[in-house]
Each structure stands twice: as C-alpha cells, then as structure tokens.
Design a protein around this ligand. Structure first.
Ligand code: PGA
Length: 265
C-alpha cells in the first residue's frame, strides 16, 4: 500500500507571517490524520519560519525549486543543503510554470525575460539527482499542454518527460511524481478522474520500464490541476492516483484540509 501524499504548492504567495498563520490554523484541522503525508511548499523566504511553525506536527515542508550545485558562483540560486538547512524535506521539480508555461514566455515578459522560466528535461534530471543526493524527496512534475493533447501526443510527451527525468537516477522508489496537465493548472478545468488515473497508470508503467516493477509499485503519483474539496475524493479513488499537488485550493487552511481528509483512507 502506498501512503497517500497531499502537497500544497503556494507558488508566489504568502509572506512569512502569512505562512505562519496558515500553519497555526491548519494544524488542528489535520492533527488526527495519521496515514497521509502532508506537505506545504512556501516560497524560499518563508521556508525556515514555516518549518519552525510546523515542528512537532504531521505537516512537512517542501521547497518549490532547487539548483543542482551545492554552492559556488551561482548568484541567486538555492541548493539542496540550504533547503535542508531551512527545514525542507521535499522539493517540487520541473513544475510547468518553471519549464516555461505553455512553452512560451509569460505574456507580460518582453523578449528574453521569459527565459527565467527555463527548466528543461536536462535541468530537471540534474535537480532530481541533487535532491536525492541530499535526502530531499523530489516531487517531479510532468504534463502535456493543450496543443499536445489535441494532437494526440499526451502519452509520447509524458513518456519522454519521465524517461529524461529518471535518466541515470538512483533511488527512484523514493521519488514522487505529479501528473499535471498544463491546461488544467489554475484554469478551473480538471482532467476527468478516469483520464487522470489512466495517465498516472501510464507514468507508472514508464517508470517500470526504466526501472522494475517493485520500484514502480513503490513510487507515489499525484494528480495536480484544479484539485479542490469537491473533486478530490473522486480523483483519489483511482488506484493509480496516490495524492494531489494543489495550488489555488491550498492557500486557505479551510479549503486545503478537506483535500487532505479526502486522502485519509
Ligand atoms: P492549481 O495548481 O491547483 O491552482 O490548478 C496546481 C499546480 O500548479 O500545482
């Protein structure tokens, strides 16, 4: 049995004080939930304060990105040892918003400025290796754009992303994958649970092909994209969906807690 894992991706939201207030409000709502891994991913600047607030609770802290070198002349980057120093145990890697949402620069960023969202399959792979080398659990995001889905390329895109992510990776059984169809993120459009489950099962089979069945049976696979209290139970009832990566609905304790409860089996 894989332990369900529910993660809050706060994206670019919440000050230190707001992160602390969320955790104080959220703790009593989930304190009796024992067999669900609960993760909150604040911005870098709130990591240390959030992990201090979550001490002695069943809430773990994750970061939203990582750089693959430990230290050196890499202005502006944050490495695995520093994330651990700030209390993180998990890290989201290769979110579509970091790979370059919709494959193009943000509309309000002129010219080369869009390259700031520059994750590629190769950087995702390097980040996964760096996380695992320091006992940080990577939450590896994969997903197709709307154009790719409409061109019937969903499975080939996902397969290529999973294979590239895991190239040369040791310790795959510790990783968490998140299937996040790009067209369902922040749009209110959820992938229907049968299709979300099918793709999560497909991801598991690709993991099995590049490792073995014992490992692919152990990997947790989340669904992400407009998950909310109303659709969480149905999505999580699919045997290949082991959790959720939640954006918008994770920003308030009272909307995130019911999603965690839906995973409590
Ligand atoms: P959403 O975001 O729940 O707001 O759609 C999910 C994600 O980007 O991880």
């Amino acid at each position: 049995m894989r332990k369900p894992v529910i993660a809050a991706n706060w994206k670019l939201n919440k000050t230190i004080a707001e992160a602390q207030a969320f955790i104080q409000d959220f703790k009593p709502l989930v304190e009796n939930i024992s067999n669900v891994e609960i993760i909150v991913c604040p911005v870098f600047t709130a990591l240390a304060a959030a992990s201090e607030s979550a001490k002695n609770s069943n809430i773990a802290i994750g970061a939203q990105d990582i750089f693959w070198k430990d230290n050196g002349a890499y202005t502006g980057e944050v490495s695995a040892p520093l994330l651990k120093d700030a209390g993180a145990q998990y890290v989201i890697i290769g979110h579509s918003e970091r790979r370059g949402r919709f494959g193009v620069p943000e509309a309000d960023l002129e010219g080369d400025a869009g390259k700031v969202f520059g994750d590629t399959d190769a950087s995702v792979n390097a980040k996964i290796k760096a996380a695992l080398a320091h006992d940080l659990i990577p939450i590896i995001c994969v997903g197709e754009t709307l154009d790719e889905r409409e061109a019937d390329r969903t499975d080939s895109v996902i397969e290529a992303q999973v294979k590239a992510a895991l190239d040369g990776v040791e310790g795959v059984e510790k990783t968490i994958f998140a299937y996040e169809p790009v067209w369902a993120i922040g749009t209110g459009k959820t992938c229907d649970s049968a299709e979300a489950g099918r793709v999560c099962g497909f991801i598991r089979s690709v993991i099995g092909n590049v490792t073995n069945q014992e490992i692919s049976d152990a990997v947790r696979i989340q669904y992400g994209g407009s998950v909310k209290a109303e659709n969480a139970a149905e999505l999580l009832s699919h045997p290949d969906i082991d959790g959720a990566l939640v954006g918008g609905a994770s920003l308030k304790a009272e909307t995130f807690a019911p999603i965690v409860e839906a995973a409590f089996r």
